[in-house]
Design a protein around this ligand. Structure first.
Ligand SMILES: *[C@@H]1O[C@H](CO)[C@@H](O)[C@H](O)[C@H]1NC(C)=O
Ligand SMILES: *[C@@H]1O[C@H](CO)[C@@H](O)[C@H](O)[C@H]1NC(C)=O
Ligand SMILES: *[C@@H]1O[C@H](CO)[C@@H](O)[C@H](O)[C@H]1NC(C)=O
Ligand SMILES: *[C@@H]1O[C@H](CO)[C@@H](O)[C@H](O)[C@H]1NC(C)=O
Ligand SMILES: *[C@@H]1O[C@H](CO)[C@@H](O)[C@H](O)[C@H]1NC(C)=O
Length: 695
């Protein structure tokens, strides 16, 4: 045991004796005894031992404050020690602030009487009455960095106890400081409260300020008082949603005291949150107010498919009557305003995986009933309608090395965003691009895949033993080809040699993709097969073509080509069905001997839906997935040949007609047939024209 007064100081204040050790090392480990002396006498009257254990390790780099007594009481004239213990950081210095009784804040400065003791505590050597007040550590400086210490919430303004007159709409104020910034929550008679319309009950209101350091409470009693001779409440409040943004509010007239006629009705309304709200609470946000002298009002500018609470209040010269019972009504649905976020991930050179997010309620504008997945190349789009719970889809049957555009639209009972042409990339909104891989792996496949029917709803797959160095597993994807049914996916260990797939839809065609993959999930070998789910007695049908490629040639012509469907049957011909989108009652049909056809006599700038089925000599299969394509823009007729002209000078003007009538004609063009001989471009087929001559 040694006494090290030069290093340690055992300080005694009216409340506590504190020993500070700075820059502690392992050598400081040991027992420390604090001895208390009475001044002027050399006998110790009390002593206390404390043990210090120093653990190896480096202190935290960010300084923080250790908890210390919050209130210090001393007799006047005695020294006061306001402790502040900082741990961590290096070269730490502290600034103290003092809030005086008149409310101003000043920096507590070292002035002889006040001084920083150790490196961070504040010592007032001989206190005077005016030293009383609130002292705070305003910041900790460590090197060039300044840290703001955490502080418990302290109320700057508390809700006042008062009686509120009904007409008043003032707020209950509750302001607190602290670090971190405290959150403020309200409770009414102990239940969580959210600012609400129509809160006119006498109750205890409690404001709670909370941060990670502490929780502070402030409670008040509030009563509501109605002035004499004010109107009675408006009754039978009825709210009728008119549209997604408008409602009609109506009510029965309020009973008015004699000699005090109505001045106006006010209608308060605010959004009601859809969140589940426990206990007796109500979720309401900022309210708005309208006024009228009628007993009805139309309120617009509301959000679609949103619950609003409405309450009516009558006013006369004496003030406001009681608020009516609030009525909660939801505005009608509107088409969604946004697009789900889409992610596209690699699957194979002829397929990709699309996943998408849910729309937030602020964009869904209703309950989502379906998703529409649009994908395609160069305005040739395929469409899949998927159920409301789908969030992913495996798109198959694609062309390798091609850029696809993909968009997912969410639809509700009103429809999909921007109605009809929403599946065509005319605007950038919501469209994603995906470039499929170059190499179709099928061509180099070493794997032989056998597909056999078990029954009308099950098939058996078996494969020849493949041995690629580095292979880690097989992946099998079975997907119905015509309509977007769920994708069945199987991940199998490499010793597996067969698989039975059940739950197929009888007579439907399935695409079976078999991949050999390595540990990184890269495809090492790949086979695609097709299969129609058939029972033992069923006659197989020829499958439809799986990839249709329409090309608009002009305003009235579309060329359609397709891939020969994979089948061992002898194909005799194809039927192409085409119809205007939303137009024709019956589709038009044409037959094609080979894998292409030219559709003519179409309407300009019009979307057509095309599909193809395959025939053998004695039967035909189902139609393919439709593709949608638009004919080119333009006039249907751009030249006309006039024959057997007998005169010499002709005048022409050209006008355009639509179903709505005739448009303005062009300027008049005159043609002198005589000049034909001297015109170099002149042939008997085109006639001879001179457009520069105008009259
Ligand atoms: C408040 O008191 C301090 C001293 O305690 C003084 O310096 C300051 O001027 C006062 N401020 C006001 C607004 O009275
Ligand atoms: C205070 O806030 C903390 C989170 O900062 C939370 O865990 C705690 O429940 C809150 N306490 C009260 C009384 O609100
Ligand atoms: C078809 O075969 C599968 C597999 O053997 C079996 O699970 C299923 O019950 C069969 N279905 C019918 C309709 O026989
Ligand atoms: C696969 O081939 C490697 C050599 O390339 C051989 O060592 C391994 O035994 C083979 N595995 C099987 C299952 O045949
Ligand atoms: C398809 O037709 C060829 C002759 O045109 C014939 O030899 C072959 O047997 C036929 N195949 C089938 C599956 O009918």
């Amino acid at each position: 045991m040694s006494t090290l007064t030069s290093l340690f100081l055992c300080r005694i204040s009216a409340l506590a004796g504190v020993l500070y050790l700075y820059n502690v090392t392992e050598g400081d480990t040991g027992s420390y005894i604090c001895q208390v002396f009475r001044s002027g006498q050399d006998i110790d009257i009390q002593q206390k031992t404390a043990t210090l254990l120093v653990q190896p390790g480096s202190p935290p780099t960010t300084p923080s404050l250790l908890p210390t007594p919050r209130t210090v009481t001393v007799a006047e004239g005695r020294p006061a020690l306001l402790e502040c213990l900082v741990t961590g950081g290096s070269g730490v210095s502290i600034k103290w602030m003092r809030t005086t009784t008149n409310g101003s804040t000043i920096m507590a400065k070292d002035d002889g009487r006040l001084k920083i003791s150790g490196s961070s505590s504040l010592l007032i050597s001989s206190t005077v009455k005016s030293d009383a007040g609130e002292y705070t550590v305003c910041h900790i400086q460590s090197g060039s960095k300044v840290f703001y210490p955490t502080a418990p919430p302290v109320f700057l303004e508390r809700p006042q106890v008062y009686t509120r007159i009904l007409v008043q709409r003032d707020r209950l104020k509750c302001v607190a400081t602290g670090n971190p910034k405290p959150s403020i929550t309200w409770y009414k008679n102990g239940y969580r409260l959210y600012p609400a319309i129509g809160d006119q009950d006498a109750a205890y209101y409690q404001c709670v300020a909370n941060n990670s350091v502490a929780v502070a409470f402030s409670t008040t009693w509030i009563d509501f008082k109605q002035q004499p001779n004010t109107p009675g409440p408006a009754s039978d409040v009825h709210v009728e949603p008119l549209s997604s943004t408008e409602v009609q509010v109506s009510w029965s007239p309020a009973i008015l005291p004699e000699r005090f006629p109505l001045r106006a009705y006010t209608i308060d309304y605010s959004k009601v949150h859809d969140k589940a709200c426990p206990g007796h609470c109500r979720y309401l946000s900022e309210y708005k107010r309208e006024a009228t002298q009628n007993t009805h009002i139309r309120i617009g500018g509301l959000h679609p498919f949103t619950r609003y609470s409405f309450a009516v209040q009558a006013y006369n010269a004496n003030g406001a009557g009681a608020l009516s019972q609030p009525v909660v009504v939801r505005t009608l649905e509107a088409v969604p305003s946004g697009f789900p976020d889409v992610q596209i991930s690699h699957d194979s050179s002829t397929s990709f995986r699309v996943t998408w997010s849910e729309l937030p309620p602020s964009e869904a504008h209703g309950l989502i009933t379906n998703y529409k997945l649009c994908y395609g190349i160069n305005q040739v789009m395929s469409v899949k309608i998927l159920s409301a719970d789908s969030r992913k889809y495996l798109v198959t049957g694609l062309l390798p090395d091609s850029v696809y555009q993909v968009r997912v639209l969410a639809g509700n009972s009103v429809g999909f965003p921007d109605a009809e042409d929403n599946c065509f990339p005319e605007t950038d909104a919501g469209w994603m691009r995906y470039h499929t891989a170059k190499t179709p792996l099928t061509e180099t496949s070493d794997t032989v895949l056998h597909v056999e029917s078990v029954n009308a709803s099950a098939l058996q797959l078996s494969w020849s033993p493949v041995n690629v160095s580095g292979m880690s597993h097989f992946r099998v994807v079975v997907q119905q080809m015509i309509h977007g049914a769920p994708v069945m996916e199987f991940i199998l260990p490499v010793h597996t040699l067969s698989l039975i797939v059940t739950d197929l839809v009888p007579r439907k065609f399935y695409q079976i993709e078999f991949d050999v993959r390595n540990a990184d999930n890269d495809v090492m070998d790949h086979v695609t097969e097709w299969h129609q789910a058939l029972g033992p007695d069923d006659l197989p049908e020829p499958p439809p073509p799986f990839v249709l490629t329409p090309t608009p040639l002009s305003a009235i012509q579309i060329k359609l080509t397709w891939d020969k469907p994979p089948t061992h049957m002898n194909i005799s011909h194809y039927t192409v069905s085409y119809e205007r989108q939303g137009g024709d009652k019956l589709p038009r049909l044409v037959q094609a001997e080979f894998t292409h056809t030219l559709l003519t006599d179409l309407q300009p700038f019009t979307w057509y839906m095309l599909c193809v089925r395959t025939h053998t000599s004695d039967r035909y299969g189902p139609y393919s997935k439709p593709v949608i394509v638009q004919t080119k823009e333009g006039t249907t007729t751009t030249s006309v040949v006039l024959e057997d002209l007998t005169g010499r000078l002709y005048f022409f003007k050209l006008g355009a007609c639509t179903n709505a009538g005739e448009g303005l004609p062009t300027q008049i063009v005159s043609v002198d047939v005589r000049t034909c001989d001297s015109c170099p471009d002149c042939t008997t087929e085109t006639g001879c024209k001179n457009e520069n001559l105008t009259v």
